[in-house]
Design a protein around this ligand. Structure first.
Ligand code: ADP
Length: 178
């Protein structure tokens, strides 16, 4: 493994959509690693409000100006993607205790499949500790403003989407997905 790849970290997630909480973790990780790949997942069993291309585009627009950050989409197993890009670390964000059990299981399973990878948990600034994509979607669908909870391009896209696609339905999938 080269020196450079040793320091590559990936921050995987659904980012449906990216919130200020995600962005907080991205900023912290970009300070720690020479290269951070934000890996936007195409989840097999999760219905998303935004398709993969839209989620990637929104993450790209939101990370403009943050150094060392690259955005890529991926399908399949995270550890395969991590191996492909030569990452040594998986970054995950930890909010309240409720995240812990799921995150611990995933970290353990990823280590089992790819022992060279370490999972590193970062905590966001207090003001984002309870922020979740699912909450943002719920608030937006109920007609409330999401400015300040998500980066500006996302707030704009949400307004557009809610006014268009979901206006005659019960709304996007609001399953609890972070
Ligand atoms: P996934 O489907 O992989 O859980 P998410 O986009 O929901 O994807 O979350 C990606 C990562 O970002 C997870 O580690 C999650 O805990 C973290 N995360 C989400 N929201 C926040 C937040 N407000 N503060 C810190 N970390 C967060």
């Amino acid at each position: 493994m080269t020196q450079k790849s040793y320091f590559t970290a990936i921050f995987p997630g659904s980012f449906d959509p990216i919130t200020m909480g995600h962005l907080d973790i991205i900023r912290r990780a970009s300070d720690l690693f020479p290269k951070l790949i934000v890996a936007v997942a195409d989840p097999l069993h999760k219905k998303t409000m935004f398709d993969l291309d839209e989620r990637i585009r929104l993450v790209r627009e939101s990370v403009v100006g943050i150094p060392n950050v690259e955005v890529q989409g991926f399908t399949g197993l995270l550890v395969d993607f991590a191996q492909k890009v030569g990452a040594r670390a998986i970054i995950r964000g930890l909010r309240a205790v409720s995240d812990f059990e799921y995150e611990f299981k995933m970290a353990w399973m990823n280590r089992r499949m790819y022992p060279q990878i370490e999972t590193i948990f970062l905590i966001p600034s207090e003001e984002y500790a309870y922020l979740a994509s699912s909450l943002v979607k719920e608030i937006a669908f109920l007609g409330k403003d999401v400015d300040g909870l998500v980066p500006p391009p996302v707030a704009e896209k949400i307004r557009e989407t809610i006014l268009g696609k979901y206006k005659d339905t019960r709304g996007p999938s609001l399953e609890v997905d972070g």
